[in-house]
Design a protein around this ligand. Structure first.
Ligand SMILES: *Cc1c(COP(=O)(O)O)cnc(C)c1O
Length: 410
């Protein structure tokens, strides 16, 4: 029996295991030297000046919003086509998430929609663009809009560690270098580019933000005597300067992160190979629409968002999904548009139809399995399964329609 194929999974090897075991034998279990080493690796990889690791991607978003000084009642623009954390983190700070609909080619937030939202909502303080599926947003346009309107930009790059793009001058920009934003946020959840179990990070080039992020990560406490407000340097002293949190990442987890980031390049390469393979194999089946390829953008392919027009084919997405699961292939759907969640509907009065592009995308989207250890044979089996289940479901729906006609005529 073939192993079940899920939409995403971690890639752990013996080096990862040795690295974690070594941390367990060391003096530090919580934040210690390995946290700093993991931060150094993240800086080296992204090219940002500073990196702060923390307990998860959601905490990273929360810290970024607080460090940016976003206050109660201020508005934060983000995409409705994202994981809940992108907008929930604004709510944690008492800010109001405002959604701007997606671009139909890239499924990323549409900069023209951002501009429209700025015109009709005040005061807007920040934009949180999400690099959906790992495909980099148009950061040049977004940063221009932000500059014109004096807005903070926090990139939600939870899908996009390892992604890169070329700017208008042809320079390579790595996601996380913050060349067109104030801060970039990552997640190390097991299905993301690399994992620490749970984990997250923020990168920035701004020393003031960096200091705030570090303070807020650990109770708002400093142990640095040079920063003390009381002019006392007794050796046991620490001072709390802000209301912070415990959002630290343990050294056990950082040991895994350090070992994982070594293989980030090969992970992203394999994800891109699988994406090309799907693209080539699905060419024969135009009823499955594959994500557009852009020469100037290298996606991290956190997910592979295919689209199937279930309505036009006369089949139910739910039935198709269950058929796939019954043969051991577990696709996923990314995402239920955030504004359609009961909480958002009841708090902000959203209704179906408010973000039509995101909703249409949701009705068609299926995330095909993609992760570094997925074999070519398994990718082939996924495509075969899609084709046969769709043919089967279409036949069943034709038969049902036929039966209905016969019954109506009798
Ligand atoms: C995974 C994810 C997050 C949250 O990350 P966690 O580490 O699970 O808290 C935030 N935003 C997006 C877009 C994500 O995919």
């Amino acid at each position: 029996m073939r192993r079940a194929i899920s939409y995403g999974r971690q890639t752990i090897d013996e080096d990862d295991i040795r690295s974690v075991v070594k941390a367990l034998r060391s003096d530090f279990l919580t934040q210690g030297p390995l946290s700093e080493e993991f931060e150094d690796r993240l800086k080296r990889h992204t090219g940002a000046k500073y990196a702060v690791v923390c307990s998860n991607g959601t905490a990273a978003l929360h810290l970024a919003i607080l460090a940016a000084g976003i206050h109660r009642g201020e508005r934060v623009i983000t995409s409705p086509m994202t994981f809940l954390a992108s907008s929930n983190s604004a709510l944690y700070a008492g800010a109001i998430p405002v959604f701007a609909d997606i671009d139909e080619e890239t499924f990323n937030i549409d900069p023209a929609e951002i501009e429209r939202k700025i015109r009709y909502n005040s005061p807007v303080r920040a934009i949180i663009p999400v690099h959906f599926a790992g495909h980099p947003c148009d950061m040049e346009r977004i940063s221009e809009v932000a500059r014109e309107n004096n807005l903070v930009v926090i990139e939600d790059a939870c899908h996009a560690l390892g992604a890169s793009w070329k700017d208008r001058l042809g320079n390579l920009q790595r996601v996380g270098n913050c060349s067109h934003s104030d801060m970039t946020v990552f997640s190390f959840h097991p299905v993301k580019s690399i994992t620490t179990g749970e984990g997250g990070a923020i990168t920035t080039n701004d020393p003031v933000l960096y200091k705030k992020l570090k303070l807020l990560r650990s109770h708002g406490v400093t142990k640095n005597a040079a920063e003390f407000k009381a002019h006392d340097d007794a050796p046991w002293l620490y001072e709390m300067h802000e209301l912070g949190f415990n959002y630290r990442l343990s050294d056990i987890q950082c040991a895994l992160g350090i070992s994982q980031i070594e293989r980030l390049g090969s992970f992203i390469k394999r994800r891109n190979e699988i994406a090309s393979l799907y693209g080539a194999m699905l060419l024969k089946y135009p009823f499955v629409r594959t994500p557009a390829v852009n020469e100037d953008r290298t996606s991290a392919f956190h997910i592979y968002p295919a689209r199937i027009p279930f309505g036009d084919l006369g089949i139910s997405k739910k039935e198709w999904f269950l058929m796939m699961k019954s043969i051991g292939i577990h696709p996923q759907v990314h995402y239920i548009p955030v504004h359609l969640q009961p909480y958002y509907r009841s708090m902000f009065g959203y209704n179906p139809g408010d973000f039509p592009r995101a909703e249409k995308f949701y009705s068609e989207e299926v995330s095909l399995p993609i992760y570094p250890t997925l074999t070519d044979e398994e990718a082939g089996a996924v495509v075969e399964a899609i084709v046969s289940t769709i043919a089967c479901a279409a036949a069943a729906s034709r038969e049902a329609a036929g039966l209905k006609r016969i019954l109506a005529a009798s």
